[in-house]
Design a protein around this ligand. Structure first.
Ligand SMILES: Nc1ncnc2c1ncn2[C@@H]1O[C@H](COP(=O)(O)OP(=O)(O)OP(=O)(O)O)[C@@H](O)[C@H]1O
Length: 237
């Protein structure tokens, strides 16, 4: 569904993505892991068209998406920190996005309901706690039933109940055939929701394997230990 070919991106002298090539299929949750600054968010932003790579290609269903915009409606994005106009009420933000996407008939309001956002519709975005803002971001990402979701550290800042709701939603949408890419540092959570793990180190792919394969190769029954073993021992699957 998404094919990334020989992707390179530098910021000045800093090489952030070095020849990244990978394919992601449908009906899967793929977690993108790696140390701080490894290039995870940059790769996600390249897929979203928010960052233009220096070279390489990104295709969705065989079509290059570089410098194109229409494909974005196929991707729901939950940023690490959502930025909204401070003075707008939750209701206005949701109505504004609905208005932009008014052609979409298939509207998914499940997270709006589960997070009881309607009860606080008249609160202004600038007055919301970080976690509540994350709930709004999650509700918006899933709202138009996109076949692809990119979630950047989605549970960071959510309380445990809100995080469970989001994890259940991720698994539900995966079963409906969506591709869900998640950037995360929380190994227990990755183990709970993901099928596959892509690890970036210094802008290169260290490994891309299913969780089952990772555990088998490393002979570890916990993902955190499997990953630590690979990172510490220079193990190559
Ligand atoms: N707009 C930019 N201008 C200059 N450097 C940038 C820019 N965006 C990112 N970088 C640098 O690129 C590198 C990779 O950043 P990126 O946000 O992709 O890492 P990450 O793997 O998502 O990290 P984290 O786990 O901390 O979120 C970092 O060194 C960062 O400082």
């Amino acid at each position: 569904m998404i094919t990334i070919k020989n992707l390179h991106k530098s910021y000045g002298k800093l090489q952030v993505l070095r020849d990244v090539s990978v394919e992601f299929g449908t009906g899967k949750v793929v977690s993108i892991i790696g140390p701080n600054g490894a290039g995870k968010t940059t790769m996600s932003k390249c897929i979203l068209g928010m960052v233009l790579p220096d070279s390489g290609d990104i295709q969705i269903n065989g079509q290059s998406v570089l410098k194109k915009y229409a494909y974005r409606s196929q991707i729901g994005y939950m940023p690490q920190i959502g930025k909204y106009p401070e003075n707008m009420k939750i209701r206005q933000v949701i109505e504004m996005i609905r208005d932009i996407r008014k052609k979409e008939k298939d509207v998914d309001e499940e997270l709006i309901g589960l997070y009881a956002l309607e009860e606080i519709y008249d609160k202004r975005m600038g007055a919301l706690s970080g976690g509540t803002k994350q709930k709004v971001s999650a509700a918006l990402a899933f709202m138009f039933n996109p076949p692809i979701l990119i979630l950047d550290e989605p549970t960071a800042g959510l309380d445990p109940i809100a995080a469970e709701i989001l994890k259940a939603k991720i698994l539900k949408e995966k079963k409906r055939g969506k591709l869900i890419l998640i950037t995360s540092h929380i190994m227990s959570e990755i183990e709970e929701v993901s099928d596959e793990v892509l690890c970036l180190v210094d802008g290169s792919i260290k490994f891309y394997e299913s969780i089952v394969e990772l555990k088998a190769h490393t002979q570890e029954d916990r993902l955190s230990r499997a990953v630590a073993k690979i990172m510490n021992e220079g193990y190559h699957p």
